[in-house]
Write a protein that binds this ligand. Sequence first.
Ligand code: PLP
Length: 397
Amino acid sequence: MAEKPKKPETLLTTLGRDPHRYSGVVNTPVFHASTILAESLEEYESRPRRRFDKAEPIYGLLGTPTTFALEEAICELEGGERAVALPSGLAAVTLCFIANASAGGHVLVSDHVYLPSRKFCTDVLSRMGVEVTFYDPMIGGEIEQLIRRNTQLVFAESPGSGTFEVQDVPAIAAAAHAKGVPLALDNSWATPLFFRGLEHGADIVVHAATKYLSGHADVMMGLVVANAEMGRRLVQTSSLLGFHAAPDDCYLTLRGMRSLAPRLRQHEATGLRLATWLEDRAEVARVLHPALPSCPGHDIWKRDFQGAGSLFSFVLDRPYSKQAIAAMLEGYELFGIGSSWGAYQSLMIPFYPEKIWTATSWDAPGLILRVFAGLEHPDDLIADLDAGFERLRTADD
Ligand SMILES: *Cc1c(COP(=O)(O)O)cnc(C)c1O
């Protein structure tokens, strides 16, 4: 009888470990290494030929068993054939471009990507002679019209950073593939538990594992997952760039992933509670949360996703003074002001799309605030939000 495929919750407890190989120790230990000794001269001299073919300890830069445990886990969860651990989420993003683009080429990038991903394209890729076109994230299959003869990569991020438009990844993938162009997708918001990027047509899935996967605000980590051929190209490019994810951080990321499923369900429920509560507030003009019908691409979210991340935004009903906004944000007991997201603490920061986007425009009655719902009890978070609106109104009078 064929073995029934295991559910992601179970895989998160089994992947990337082999206790009896390591004296019964449950977690794959942290192996620190630069030098990894060869068994023989012959084995040593054969290393350059096989170094990108499979995950094996050859030199610290290419990873140790700790790195491979993490790579194996994300690879299985995403349904890929090869994964690479990178020193940050941004390094994982830039690797997609560097591995696929070259001088004289062209890339298509969603207008609403994570800002540093965008800056890499405008400030570094362009300098290397790669032309960058930003596209409307809601473009879907129409992206076909933007694909040129020299287009080398389409980059998507769904939902978009800050405004959370859900992209039609299957339609974009179909249009790109029809012209022989690979699609890379930043899947950090959903994780493989809520969206399976490769199954929906992406050729490379990128994760800022700094966020939900590691989950505790103490690790910088990026991951890319692909099929064998693209995967080999990513491994090769990463090692030629000298990218290396530290073994301690690989260990912490995999440790964090063990509890990903229950954390994510809790984040999802809390995020939805806050989002629906915010929808009813007089100070709020709009809530941008993929699981709410008011969010662009909500129908695509319903069609393609298994759940919702707890990062979303809301738009204020009118302009408020800087001082009133500061009073609201600085006075929160639970919501911190800070970059990143995906750990246990809730966060809130302002976001300024009008200063960033070039292919699309942003028109709203007030400031947009990005919320990350952490693992605190939603009642306490709502009380904190409530008091914040009180400060906003009082400080603005
Ligand atoms: C944070 C983030 C990144 C970058 O991850 P770092 O580990 O901070 O470099 C990339 N994409 C998205 C969507 C992110 O939120």
